[in-house]
Each structure stands twice: as structure tokens, then as C-alpha cells.
Ligand binder design. Sequence first.
Ligand code: SF4
Length: 451
Amino acid sequence: MGNETLLEDRRDFIFVKQEGCSGKGLRCDSNSVSGSVSQRACVYCGARVVLNPITDAVHIVHGPIGCASYTWDIRGSLSSGSDLYRNSFSTDLQEKDVIFGGEKRLEAALEEVIEKKHPRLIFVYATCIVGVIGDDVEAVCKRMAAKHKLRIIPVQSPGFSGNKATGYKLACDAIMELIAPHKAKKQLKQPGLNILGDFNLAGELWMVKNYLKQMEIPVIAGITGDSSYDTLLQAPVATLNVVQCAGSSTYLAKRMEEELGIPYIKVSFYGMEDTMNSLLRIAEELNNAEARKRAMFLVDRETRKLEEFLKVYRPRLKGKKAAIYVGGGFKAISLIRQFRSLGMETVLVGTQTGKKEEYEIITELVDETAVVLDDANPAELERFIKEKGAHILVGGVKERPLAYKLGLAFCDHNHERKHPLCGFDGVVNFTKEIDQSINHPVWSYLKEADL
Ligand code: SF4
């Protein structure tokens, strides 16, 4: 791999499988290299995306209005109840507040939102400038919570205080803080599970719940997809936690195991293979032979339908090359398997917050010439996409313009999307989207010189 466009400090974060890794393996799960223009979101964004689907909570961004751009409808998360979470609340800090402090402004914002919206739960996110000026956000939240007799949970998430994964951890801590006064419920165990890290994008949690219903397995709480204050407080009674987005929720699952005695397993409902394995695994973990039988029936019925469907698409996609740049390692793993099932090759794969063990699986799954990288920037993605001749990039909102500028097909697999890609129905949507994007006639009008 030539290094002319790579920053020297980024060398350990990137490797080609056949050339192997230098040193102790791929460097990941660490802060971004300064000046590398990382594609990653900040600490506040990490915390916000996890907590956002608590639908009857008010989320207040304590900071300048710019931070609040990452707030209104940032997820395609759907709600079966309240839609309070879809509002955007910011303290809109100004220069004067930066000089004299923003605590009064936060207090006024809390008073106003409590009077107008009557929430039972409020999250207050401290952003970069609040970390710099040193507002005592915790004290304000405590005082206002006591005055109004409701839960106000501060999330100390200045963007510079770590990376997106730090924000995930803060969100998990906030959930545990919410549950803490109700921990005694762990004595009242009920058969059923919590689903962690499925954010009900386009109703995906409802699709998973439907599979579990067919297996006659009750779901106690979604954390945090279509969740509410009351459902979250029920979480301690569950007998199993299943973790869908491992990057954001494994830490929470570990805390719940230690403090509430709920064991956990990691699952993925992206792709036929992973959906099938996850449903069977849940039944096995619950030691429920009847549920396993029902899962087998469901899987058999759905995979037979899908095999018929895929017969049409595989010849259209065979041999095409995919580049993947997504948030977490578990999703990347599922995507590599999904592309393989379509006869496609993954030539580039990277994540924002992947862990060492996830990169090891990724490396096993990809071909010898594939590039694997962590915490990429646009220049690196552009270089390797071109070098590897990818036909499509799978990513999120920040990767879409890059793909189109390169004259490349694109598939949005991030939290902004409004269409479901999980479960068996998700395989149909995903395959159609990949086909429509890759085989769209528009690409034949582009010439090398135009790009
Ligand atoms: S918290 Fe900091 S890094 Fe994050 S959006 Fe606000 S200013 Fe930007």
C-alpha cells in the first residue's frame, strides 16, 4: 500500500489483508488523530443518538445552536406513543453566556419546557462550550428536578472529551441512572427479554418483535427503540438482554449483567444468515425448545421465499464490488455476509467505533486484497474506493455526497434512513436498493473525465 496520501499517524489504523498489520494489529477504539478530519461523530452526537428514541423524554442541548443541528429527527426511529423526542430544544448559548456562564439560561430553558410540555423525563446534554466555560450542569439539573419532582439527567458530553464511543458510554450510564431507583424489580423476574441497541429505525424493532411473537417470546423493553420512561423502568425484570447494536450497547449490557443479573448475547438482524442465527440463538439461550421449533419453522418459511427472490437479483449483482463504511463492527460483519450472499465482493470495510475482536472477524471474512480501516476520513475513503474499483458505497449521511461526487452508487445504512433493512423483509429492501443503485442507467452517462 503506497502511503503518499496517508497521514503518517494514520498508518496503524489501516491495512490490506494480504499485507497484514504492522505491530499489534489494527489500531482502533481510540480517539481520532488530530487534524485527520475524521468521519466520526462527536461525543455529544454519540450520546444523543442512543438516547433519542426514548420517545416521551425531552432532550435539551445545552450549547450554541449549531450543536442542535444534530437533533431534530436525527433518526428514522418510530414511536408507537409520544412524539416529544422529535422536537428540538436548545439553550442557544450566546457570547454573553460564554463570558458570564450559561446556568441561568439552562434553568430558564428547563422552566419553559416543563411548563409547556409537562415531561416526566429530561436529558440535558452538555456540549463543547459548556465543557470549556464550566457550567455546573449537574447542580442545575438536580435543583430543577427536586423543584419540579421529575427526572432530569445530565449527560456530560462535550464533543472534545473523547470520541463517539465515549458518547455511547455516557448514554448507557444515563440509562442506568434512570433505572437505578428501580433496581429492586430484578427480584420479580419475568420470562422475556430486553432488546438493546435497536433504535426502531423505520419500525425495525417492531419487525423483530413480530418474529419473537411468532416464537412466543415476550419482549419486556426496547432499549432504546420506541421506548418510554415507563417501559425502561420495567427492564430489570427481564431474563435476557439481546444486543443488536454492539458498539453502542455492549457496555450497558455488561452493567445490566453485573447490577441486575441479566445475562446478554449479541445478535444481528441484518441479512438472512444473521437473522436466522440470531433467532435460533435467542431460543437456545432461553433454553426454550418450543421457541426453537417455532423459530425453525419461521426461518424455513422465510428463507425459502427469499431464495426464490434472490434468484432474480444474484445474476444482476454477481461480481460487483462493495465498500462499507458504517458506525459499528457488528453491522459491517453482517453487511459483508449479505454482500457475499449476493455474489458480491467487499473490497473496503471500515467503521467509526469497531472493536478489536470485530475487526478480527471482519478480516477473516474479507478477501485477501481488501482494505480494512478504522475511523476513516474522506481522503482515505476516496483513495481506496478508487483504488479498489468499488461499485457501491454503504454508509451514512456523511458518506453519501462523497459517493455521488465519485460517481458511485450509494446505500444509506445509517440511522437517518426511513426504510427498514433488518430481518427477512429487510433483505428484500436491501437487495432491491443495491440493485437499483448499482444498475441505475445514470452511471452510464458519466465519463472518467467528469469525475
Ligand atoms: S458538542 Fe462540540 S463537536 Fe459536538 S456538535 Fe457541539 S460543538 Fe460540535
